[in-house]
Design a protein around this ligand. Structure first.
Ligand code: KIV
Ligand code: ZN
Length: 386
């Protein structure tokens, strides 16, 4: 793998699709998978083939049409799951089986009622079995965020010896702090036997709003794959947001890390997923929210009009947004009003602007947002347009 390259593993169609009430049909999944491939993701987790006939068919259909990305299917550490995933992936150019088991004390005790040795045995068996079907086998240690590091390193060492190519370290419950998650990844780079044969992957949930921060801490400490979803959708509070990770790495070149993502397609991708799932994106969502490049206070508007970089760290065109927007409200100043008036064809003198601005403030106090039609009307009513 290229030095400094972070693989993007998109799980919108698997972990993302676990959002209550947001099921996608097969056709919608195929459209999203095609667009993810064009976006430049390295891996598309297309589903959990054993979970239902519909999911099997969707994974199979995606495996057939994806041209560049690896196509991956999730399984438990169960032979039947692995067989079915292998079957669903048989047409993929680059198939990957993603298998694993819970490794934290609570998973071992309550979910499996097993011993640590039994967990290692099941993990190794699952990876070895998956290797019979595909070369590329990713292992997940579910609830790794709350798993003791020494045991985690032991499990990882054993599955690498069995042929795992990727070690997924999920913070399944979104519990870790960035420093803690970063230290966990660092510990694994130093303590997993044979780690040079595999890459470490971050899979973080957002229960405390830390999924992106934890994933970034992970890659800063040696992980080379991030598992994420478009718009950060996923179980409960969601998963790491793909667009955030991509743009954080791009805006901080000193980290020496980057992805293969064509960021200009991010905005369109966000809309596609939001509309297909009927799941609105919060307006203040970083990178893809409706307000991510909207300026509404007078001080900020004046600054952005003079030079975009005063209040914007990302060029909106880099994520597929045509331009920043200046929203006219009662907090806007003359600069913003003159700017919007010019956009709709009026070049106002200072005197004209003074008159229009007084009228504008009256309307702005009544309405939440003054739109272009209002500006047009104020200017025409005052017969000062040119
Ligand atoms: O959050 C998690 O632990 C998962 C695994 C199944 C990979 O989604
Ligand atoms: Zn998950």
């Amino acid at each position: 793998m290229e030095k400094g390259k972070v693989q993007i593993f998109d799980t919108t169609l698997r972990d993302g699709e676990q959002v209550p009430g947001c099921k996608l049909n097969k056709e919608q999944k195929i459209i999203i998978a095609k667009r993810l491939d064009e976006l430049g993701v390295d891996v598309i987790e297309a589903g959990f083939p054993i979970s239902s006939p519909g999911d099997f068919e969707a994974v199979e259909a995606i495996a057939k049409i994806v041209k560049n990305a690896t196509v991956c299917g999730l399984t438990r550490a169960v032979e039947k799951d692995i067989e079915v995933a292998a079957q669903a992936l048989k047409y993929a150019k680059k198939p990957r089986i993603h298998t694993g088991i819970g490794t934290s004390d609570s998973h071992i005790k309550y979910k499996f009622n097993a011993s640590k040795d039994e967990i290692i045995e099941r993990a190794v068996k699952a990876v070895s079995f998956a290797k019979k079907f595909v070369d590329d086998v990713e292992f997940y240690a579910e609830d790794a965020g709350r798993t003791d590091n020494a045991f985690l390193a032991q499990v990882c060492s054993e599955v690498v010896a069995a042929g795992a190519t990727v070690l997924n370290i999920p913070d399944t419950t979104g519990y870790c702090l960035p420093e803690e998650y970063g230290a966990k990844i660092k510990y694994l780079t130093e303590h997993v036997r044979g780690i040079e044969k595999a890459i470490l992957s971050c899979h973080c949930h957002n229960d405390l709003g830390l999924a992106t921060a934890n994933s970034i801490a992970g890659v800063m400490n040696g992980a080379r794959q991030v598992e994420c979803t478009i718009n950060g959708i996923g179980e409960r509070a969601g998963n790491t947001s793909l667009e955030e990770v991509v743009m954080i790495l791009r805006q901080h070149p000193t980290l020496g890390l980057d992805t293969n993502i064509n960021s200009k397609l991010l905005n369109e991708m966000s809309h596609l997923v939001s509309e297909s799932m009927g799941m609105l994106v919060q307006p203040n969502k970083a990178i893809v929210g409706a307000n991510a490049f909207a300026h509404s206070s007078g001080i900020h508007q004046d600054g952005v009009i003079k030079n975009r970089e005063t209040y914007e760290i990302i060029n909106p065109e880099d994520v597929g947004v045509t331009e920043s927007s200046i929203i006219l409200t009662a907090r806007s100043g003359r600069a913003a009003l003159a700017y919007r008036a010019k956009k709709i064809g009026y070049e106002l003198t200072k005197l004209q602007l003074d008159v229009v601005y007084q009228e504008f403030l009256k309307i702005a106090d009544r309405k939440k947002e003054v739109v272009d039609e209002d500006v047009h009307r104020i200017i025409e009513n005052n017969k000062i347009g040119i």
